[in-house]
Design a protein around this ligand. Structure first.
Ligand code: 5GP
Ligand code: ZN
Length: 116
C-alpha cells in the first residue's frame, strides 16, 4: 500500500476526521475508533513507514518521540498511576491491520498478559 491510499496518512493530513488528542510536526495522536480499553489512543507518525520492521536508523528519534509522547499522554489522561501498555503490532501474526506504523496506548483497566 502506498502513502496515497493509506488511511493513517489521510488521518494525519486531516483528510479523514478523527478525535485528535495531540499533534505536532512529527506525529498525531487520536482516539481509536474501536477502543479495546477505556483509554485507547493511537500514536501515528506523519511519515509513512509501513511497519516497525521497515523502520530504519534514520527513524530512531521519531520512534523515540512517539514513545515519550505516549508516556506524556498517559500521564495527562490519568492512567500512569495504575499503569498502562504501549503496543506495536507488526505484521500478520503480530495482528497489524493498518500498514502504517503506529503504537497503541491502552489503559484504564487491569490489562491481562500474555495477549491472545
Ligand atoms: P493494528 O491492528 O493495525 O495494530 O491497529 C489498527 C487500529 O486502528 C485498530 O485498533 C483500529 O480500531 C484502528 N482504526 C482503524 N481505522 C481507523 C479509523 O479510521 N479511525 C480511527 N480513529 N481508528 C481506526
Ligand atoms: Zn501511511
Amino acid at each position: 500500500m502506498s502513502a496515497a491510499d493509506c488511511i493513517f496518512c489521510k488521518i494525519a493530513a486531516q483528510e479523514i476526521p478523527a478525535k485528535i488528542v495531540y499533534q505536532d510536526d512529527e506525529l498525531i495522536a487520536i482516539e481509536d475508533i474501536n477502543p479495546a480499553a477505556p483509554i485507547h489512543i493511537l500514536l501515528i507518525p506523519r511519515k509513512h513507514i509501513p511497519s516497525l520492521d521497515q523502520a530504519g536508523l534514520e527513524d530512531a528519534s521519531l520512534l523515540g518521540h512517539l514513545q515519550l509522547t505516549a508516556a506524556r499522554i498517559a500521564n495527562e489522561q490519568g492512567i500512569a498511576t495504575r499503569g498502562y501498555r504501549l503496543v506495536n503490532n507488526c505484521g500478520e501474526w503480530g495482528g497489524q491491520l493498518v500498514m502504517h506504523v503506529h503504537y497503541h496506548l491502552l489503559g484504564g483497566r487491569d490489562l491481562k498478559w500474555p495477549p491472545g
